[in-house]
Design a protein around this ligand. Structure first.
Ligand code: PGA
Ligand code: ZN
Length: 415
């Protein structure tokens, strides 16, 4: 238990230059820690509510002064002086808000407090954040295993994350067959350099997308996979060592019941057929949001067709929300769950989602967001709960690299 003596928030800018919330939490013994929340760019329909000012004179309406004001005002008044642990804090925040999707106080305000409290509590106890989180997640000490998740690196970007014109949102590389996270980062950086050389040689631009992957105007999504194979081998590796992941974010090109990919219009069956062919030809290990976010039945078909071979990952379809995850489990729609704390708005609910997945043999995949800050909370969270995968972007932008650095640091600590 800890007593909060002061909560303070401010508006900062995220990696895309949009405002977001940073909260600082001071405990009675003087410990202070901060946490910043990220923001999605291709958000799921049922995510917790991100409170923005809608004042068009500031940041085109994206200011978060109201969310900041809620922390400095109502949330502070309610919490300061109370003795809390993580669960009672999160419960208090949920009840104080009183709405189903945290729209009154804002999930961005609530999550910032939840995470800042976690960090301050860990510091007060004199333990690293991942240990504090593991203590909460695993009541049984013997289960705390501190495993570094497999990192998955965004390498080429399309969809809403870049102007490449590619339909799929994220083309990811998965360096599997290497000893540790430090070496995996080195391998990926080497492939990034090879890929850049290949793209430049062929006359493509090498600008970066939101998450630090390249955004070349290649003629098709499949072309990216060809470049991946070339880059992997020209960096001196093979397709068994470095595999491929996709985050299709298919909702973003779903219109009137069909998927619009360049000049083609595909139905659900044809989409699954396309994925099947891609999986036969390339070493793909996961496909995230391969279909529209409300199509639990379509996901189930896809999971049935491909789920034995690859990870069928739910992101927009499940949005870290218990009810939607249960729906996905009951329908057998996914075998892997993407976890983003700000989709649901408190640390406790995030852990509840992870627990539910694990109890049902669903793999867990912790994720950053399109709009990020230098906050590294997701790295500690992934290690604490023993997540299978983590994605934090390409190794080209500081707000992404810090997450990998934190994993390297943790790897040293648990050695
Ligand atoms: P985001 O997208 O921009 O909404 O965070 C990332 C994702 O779809 O995984
Ligand atoms: Zn996604």
């Amino acid at each position: 238990m800890a007593i909060i003596s002061k909560l303070e928030a401010k508006e900062i800018l995220d990696s895309r230059g949009n405002p977001t919330v940073q909260a600082s939490c001071r405990l009675q013994d003087g410990t202070i820690e901060i946490a910043s929340v990220p923001s999605g760019v291709s958000t799921g329909k049922y995510e917790a509510f991100e409170l923005r000012d809608n004042d068009m004179n500031r940041y085109r309406g994206k200011g978060v002064e109201r969310a900041v004001g809620n922390i400095n005002g109502e949330i502070s008044e309610f919490l300061v002086g109370k003795e809390l642990d993580q669960n009672t804090l999160d419960e208090a925040l949920i009840n104080l808000d009183g709405t189903k999707n945290k729209q009154r106080l804002g999930a961005n305000a609530i999550l910032a407090v939840s995470l800042a409290f976690a960090r301050a509590s860990a510091k007060e106890k004199g333990i690293p954040l991942f240990k504090y989180l593991a203590n909460i997640y695993f009541k049984n000490e013997n289960e705390r295993m501190y495993k570094i998740p497999q990192p998955v690196f965004n390498t080429i970007e399309g969809g809403k994350h870049s102007d490449s014109g590619l339909s799929f949102q994220e083309f990811l590389l998965v360096p599997q067959e290497f000893e540790n996270i430090k070496i995996k980062l080195e391998v990926i950086k080497k492939i990034f350099i090879s890929l850049k050389d290949l793209l430049v040689k062929d006359g493509y631009e090498v600008n970066l997308g939101d998450e630090g992957g390249f955004s070349p105007k290649l003629s098709s999504d499949e072309k990216v996979l060809e470049y991946f194979n070339m880059a992997i081998s020209s960096a001196g590796y093979n397709a068994d060592q470095v595999k491929i992941g996709l985050d299709v974010a298919a909702t973003t090109f779903f219109k009137d019941g069909l998927y619009l990919i360049k000049e083609n219009k595909l139905n659900t069956r044809e989409m699954i057929e396309m994925y099947k062919k891609l999986c036969e030809q390339y070493k793909i290990i996961s496909i995230e949001d391969g279909l529209n976010e409300e199509d639990f039945a379509g996901f189930a078909e896809m999971n049935k067709a491909l789920g034995q071979m690859i990870n069928i990952v739910g992101d927009d379809i499940t949005v870290t929300n218990i009810d939607l995850i249960k729906n996905a489990i009951n329908n057998k729609s996914i075998n892997t769950l993407l976890i983003k704390p700000n989709q649901i708005g408190t640390l406790s609910e995030t852990m509840q989602a992870i627990r539910l997945a694990k109890e049902n043999n669903i793999k867990t995949f912790i994720s950053h967001r399109g709009g990020e800050t230098e906050d590294t909370f997701v790295a500690d969270l992934a290690v604490a709960v023993g997540a299978d995968f983590i994605k934090a972007g390409g190794p080209t932008k500081p707000e992404r690299i810090v997450k990998y650095h934190r994993l390297i640091e943790i790897e040293e600590l648990i050695k």
